[in-house]
Design a protein around this ligand. Structure first.
Ligand SMILES: Nc1ncnc2c1ncn2[C@@H]1O[C@H](COP(=O)(O)OP(=O)(O)OP(=O)(O)O)[C@@H](O)[C@H]1O
Length: 244
């Protein structure tokens, strides 16, 4: 049996008649830290949304943990396998940080516990330890809106730690941040992924960041994989072709 955490077999996606993913096949092992790179509109977000099950495939199969993603009937169970980090953090800004972090627990709690937690946060030690891991333990009861962009992205990472999925997808996780915050968030994210034995796939606008922080780079152009290599093996010529 395959040991791949994620396998895509001939995955295609059409929007109306437009082919946006064109027979994409790839295998990903547990623990890999992968950057998806490619020009705007090449299909990176579509690929991630397909893995997240927010977009149905036109053709092909995706196996997560050796099971077809369509066979996970329960979204809560699926959320224990895959979590996503968005460019715009996707937090409820009016709530205190603790509630946003504990939102990562919703896939394990029932409705009553989830509602109760809005009034009296449940599992505070769990939230506290996730916030300590991202360097924000002193911000637990602050309104999220008072945090900077970089801090909000770290809250979103703490929420993922609480959610504890095996695979993390990150859609341009630092493109809304300045270079210092982008560096801090990527350093933190890749360190936590390694320490917690997770797998990371991130779409990256910046090839420089992709080279610095990621082990494997997958170049996508017009919905096709142009190269799929260890980062140090990607040549300037391949990058030129990708962005030409
Ligand atoms: N819901 C949709 N309906 C129709 N077309 C779509 C839809 N979502 C994406 N597309 C098209 O699919 C193509 C790929 O988009 P996608 O967002 O996956 O690219 P991307 O590589 O993530 O781009 P970027 O780097 O700019 O985020 C684009 O041409 C886009 O316009």
């Amino acid at each position: 049996m395959s040991q791949h955490i994620l396998s895509l077999h001939n995955v295609s996606k059409r929007f109306n008649e437009k082919l946006v993913l064109d027979r994409v096949s790839l295998n990903i092992q547990s623990g890999e830290i992968i950057a998806l790179v490619g020009p705007s509109g090449s299909g990176k977000s579509t690929l991630m949304n397909a893995i997240m099950r927010t977009l149905p495939l036109s053709e092909g199969t995706i196996l997560l943990d050796q099971t077809n993603i369509l066979d996970y009937h329960n979204n809560k169970v699926y959320a224990q396998k895959v979590g996503m980090l968005h460019q715009q953090y996707d937090l409820v800004k009016q709530l205190e940080v603790v509630h946003n972090v504990l939102a990562g627990r919703l896939n394990r709690w029932g409705i009553w516990r989830s509602l109760l937690s809005l009034f009296k946060p449940q599992e505070i030690p769990l939230a506290q330890s996730a916030l300590t891991a991202v360097g924000l333990s002193d911000k637990i009861y602050r309104p999220t809106t008072e945090l900077s962009g970089g801090e909000q992205q770290r809250v979103a990472i703490a929420r993922l730690l609480v959610q504890n999925p095996m695979l993390i997808l990150a859609d341009e996780p630092v493109s809304a941040l300045d270079p210092v915050n982008a560096h801090n968030v990527l350093t933190l994210l890749t360190k936590l992924v390694r320490e917690h034995n997770k797998t990371l796939i991130a779409s990256m606008h910046s090839v420089e960041y992709a080279k610095t922080y990621f082990d494997r780079m997958i170049g996508i152009k017009a919905g096709k994989i142009l190269f799929d290599l260890q980062t140090d093996q990607v040549t300037q010529q391949q990058l030129n072709t990708l962005y030409k």
